[in-house]
Every structure is written in structure tokens, then in C-alpha cells.
Ligand binder design. Structure first.
Ligand SMILES: [Zn+2]
Length: 350
């Protein structure tokens, strides 16, 4: 018995508690939804249970009916029309019988993209909240029942939720159909960034290196991007270490105190042989010259001190290096501009 109760509570927490609380929905809305599910709302039927005598007449509908929790939040004519409006807009065919049943079916839906799923999940809390605000405004304030006012305010609250979720987007107008049309276009993509080989800063030289089994290559250029020296080392083991050591001592002899080493692998920056050494990581395409030299001279031991001595094709590769390469950054959510829909929204729903 106890186990069953705990299981029941676990289910309650998982299914009802969790969706209520989300960081994009204001706390007051989440809390109200939770109170509705727990029936802890001062509607007339609940007050009656505590012995209050009330002439029960709702305030939320143009033609008042019996006031109770289900009526205010779900089955009353105002509430059911609001739910019906949003359900239809999302293509849901949901029977409106009770507030828990309604939310249960609502949250079970599997929307077609991540943005529509977000809207679908947050809507019930926002709708419940605005139904409650509307009810109180009609009961204690001077407002008269208006389904359109609720729909407008729900939409405005949903715009706020969207802005909390995607703060870098331009704000949406409070027009539900427009928002849904845009949400249909929702995409997630990788943004692509241009990259190309860069000269080292003034006072530095740069060594590009490439490595494959048994051979490694280097290409040294100055801060104007001019060729200084290049070469390939081949041998059994540790050729890369030997090559770098010799490159650095060559730099030291010539008083070149600041060196960037660029390749597909990096190590920790620091002082080597009394030189300041910075390691830069780049992808294969940005490192194409060192890579090309390695492919050309694999297995050889050779050093080039003049451009004219380099293997044929160097100038061609050099010209390719000047072209930007493209690399991907982490994914980003966006809605592509649709010229037919952009800036065209009719301020309906009011
Ligand atoms: Zn009513």
C-alpha cells in the first residue's frame, strides 16, 4: 500500500510538477498551475467545502454559470473557447472535459519542431494564469468578460517566454498566428566562419608545421607574411621534436625572440631556449602550405632558404592559402527571413 502511494506521488511529481516549473515561465504562473492541479484555488466550490455560503454565479462568462474550479479554468464558455482557440491553432483535436485531462493530452503531443514544442509546453501555465487574472478582474474589478482579451494577454506572455528562451532574437509582435507562422520556419544551424592563414604580429615570426608518420615539415614566415625558410625532416622517431628544436635554435641565432608555432596539434605556451613561444591551433586547410610541402617531400631531409628553390606549385598553393576557408561554430537557433511574411502581421486577436 505504502509503495503504491509513493509510486502515485512519484507519478504526480513527474507528470504534473515538472512541466509546471520551467525557467522561462514566471514563477507566479507555475505556482498557480500547480495550485489548480492540486485544487487549492479559492473558487466557490472549494470555499463551499470550508462552509462558506455563496450564491454561486460565475464572473467569467457573458452568460454566467455555476462557478467552480473546472468552470473557471476549463469547461466554462470563456475558458473552453480560449483553450479551443490555442488548440486549433496548433492543430490539436482535444476534448475539453477537465483541466488535468486537458493538460495531460496537451503535454503528450509531439510537435514538429523544437520551437513549437517549447510553445506547446509553456502555453497551459500561461493560459491558466490569464484565465485566473481575467476571472479576478471580472469578479473584483470593473472588467467585463472578454475571451479576446485573454487570448491577447496569453500571446503577449508567450512573447516574453520566447524572449527569455532566445534573448538574441528580435521581439515578436503579440500576434499568435504570426508567431506560429514564424515558428513553422524554425531552424537550427551551424554558423560558418571564415578563416584563413594570418600573419604573425609585428616582431614575431610564425612556423607552420605538419606531421605524418616518419616525416614532418615546417614553413617559417615573418610578420609581413614573407617566406623565410622551409623544410622537411624524415626519420624514424621524434623527428618533429628535432625539427622544432633546430628551428628554434635557428631563430635564436638570428635574434628572433618571439615565435608562433602553428599546426594541428598544440602544446602549452612558454619559454623554449630563451625564446617566447606561442602555440596556435589551426585546421588542415589553414595549414595547407606546410601540408603541401610535406606531401611533396615526404621521406626527404631538405631545407629551402629561397622561394625559387621550392618544389613547383608553391605559388599556386600560396594563392589558395589567401582564400578564406570555412569552419563551423556551435549550433544556433534561428528563423530564416521569409519575405512574404516579414513585417506583415495584422493586429488581430484583440
Ligand atoms: Zn464563467
Amino acid at each position: 500500500m505504502i509503495v503504491d502511494q509513493e509510486g502515485e506521488e512519484e507519478h504526480e511529481r513527474e507528470f504534473w510538477f515538472k512541466p509546471c516549473w520551467s525557467k522561462e515561465v514566471p514563477w507566479k504562473m507555475s505556482f498557480l498551475a500547480w495550485r489548480v492541479f492540486k485544487r487549492k484555488i479559492p473558487s466557490d466550490d472549494n470555499l463551499r467545502r470550508f462552509g462558506y455560503q455563496l450564491a454561486s454565479r460565475c464572473y467569467c462568462c457573458p452568460n454566467p454559470r455555476l462557478d467552480n474550479l473546472q468552470h473557471i479554468f476549463c469547461t466554462g464558455s470563456t475558458a473552453s473557447q480560449v483553450w479551443g482557440y490555442f488548440a486549433r491553432s496548433l492543430g490539436f483535436n482535444i476534448q475539453i472535459r477537465g483541466v488535468k485531462q486537458l493538460c495531460y493530452e496537451w503535454w503528450k503531443k509531439k510537435p514538429r519542431n523544437r520551437m513549437i514544442r517549447f510553445l506547446t509546453h509553456k502555453l497551459p501555465m500561461v493560459i491558466l494564469w490569464e484565465l485566473w487574472v481575467h476571472y479576478n478582474q471580472c469578479k473584483y474589478g470593473k472588467e467585463s468578460p472578454s475571451r479576446a482579451r485573454i487570448i491577447f494577454k496569453v500571446t503577449r506572455d508567450m512573447v516574453d517566454c520566447i524572449m527569455r528562451k532566445w534573448p538574441s532574437w528580435d521581439p515578436f509582435p503579440p500576434n499568435w498566428n504570426y508567431i506560429l507562422r514564424r515558428a513553422d520556419l524554425f531552424k537550427c544551424s551551424k554558423i560558418v566562419r571564415e578563416a584563413s592563414w594570418c600573419k604573425p604580429p609585428k616582431g614575431w615570426i610564425k612556423i607552420n608545421t605538419a606531421v605524418k608518420k616518419g616525416s614532418c615539415s615546417f614553413m617559417i614566415r615573418n610578420s609581413k607574411g614573407e617566406f623565410v625558410m622551409a623544410g622537411v625532416y624524415s626519420g624514424d622517431r621524434d623527428m618533429e621534436m628535432i625539427m622544432l628544436k633546430e628551428c628554434l635554435s635557428w631563430c635564436k641565432k638570428r635574434g628572433l625572440g618571439r615565435v608562433q608555432i602553428e599546426g594541428e596539434q598544440v602544446r602549452v605556451d612558454g619559454d623554449e631556449q630563451g625564446l617566447r613561444v606561442e602555440w596556435l591551433k589551426c585546421d588542415r586547410r589553414m595549414n595547407c602550405i606546410a601540408q603541401w610541402l610535406l606531401d611533396k617531400c615526404e621521406g626527404q631531409n631538405v631545407v629551402y632558404r629561397r622561394v625559387s628553390a621550392l618544389p613547383k606549385g608553391f605559388l599556386y598553393i600560396l594563392s589558395l592559402e589567401g582564400f578564406p576557408h570555412f569552419s563551423s561554430l556551435p549550433r544556433r537557433d534561428f528563423i530564416p527571413v521569409d519575405n512574404n511574411q516579414n513585417r506583415r502581421w495584422d493586429p488581430g486577436g484583440r
